[in-house]
Design a protein. Structure first.
Length: 201
């Protein structure tokens, strides 16, 4: 059964291919030249090919070595980018909040500028979605929802209270009264949502 090349072997190979000499690669890696030579030998044994042509003290890549060097360079570049990204995320304060689109636009939007100006170290991301978060499957820190504070399996806190009141034109009210009499309860059965209101705190 074939073995996969070791990570150390790939690191040492990439350094030798880049510098063209074992001694320079060893200096770069802060290890001995014999350790580098041993890793290259093991890597060639695992792959079953020669990676370098040895001409006196100078090394040059074989065709297989060129192919592996191109792949190694690309892979290490991706790893360095991922490391830098993770480092930036660790150093910054990232906060992902999901909420109803209307709430994001009408309530949070006007308040964001002041928060961002006062807290430049925070990386704030708003996910405006009508669908509640699945915290087991999604990367979301907070979900702001409109409704009762009893969500099974979640910790909930009330952040503000909203007031809802019926509204209609006088002409529509008179039309209902003429058709159904002066019973205020008739308004409940004929209520229609016309818009979401702006919450005020």
């Amino acid at each position: 059964m074939s073995r996969d090349p070791s990570l150390n072997g790939m690191i040492y190979f990439e350094a030798v291919a880049r510098h063209g000499r074992v001694a320079r690669a060893a200096d770069d890696l802060k290890v001995s030249s014999s350790a580098v030579s041993q890793q290259i030998k093991l890597l060639e044994e695992v792959l079953g090919v020669s990676l370098f042509r040895r001409d006196k003290r100078q090394l040059s890549l074989t065709l297989e070595g060129e192919q592996l060097f191109a792949a190694a360079t690309s892979a290490f570049s991706m790893l360095r980018h991922a490391r830098q990204t993770i480092s930036r995320q660790r150093e910054s304060h990232q906060l992902i909040i999901r909420m109803m689109p209307s709430f994001a636009v009408r309530w949070l939007g006007p308040r964001l500028a002041d928060f961002i100006q006062q807290n430049p170290e925070w990386d704030l991301r708003i996910d405006a979605s009508p669908d509640p978060s699945n915290f087991d499957r999604e990367v979301v820190d907070f979900d702001i929802r409109y409704g009762p504070t009893t969500w099974e399996g979640l910790h909930c806190e009330l952040i503000l209270s909203d007031y809802v009141m019926p509204m209609c034109s006088p002409a529509y009210r008179e039309q209902l009264y003429q058709a159904h009499g002066h019973d205020e309860r008739i308004l409940l059965s004929h209520a229609r949502l016309i818009d979401s209101v702006k919450a005020v705190v």
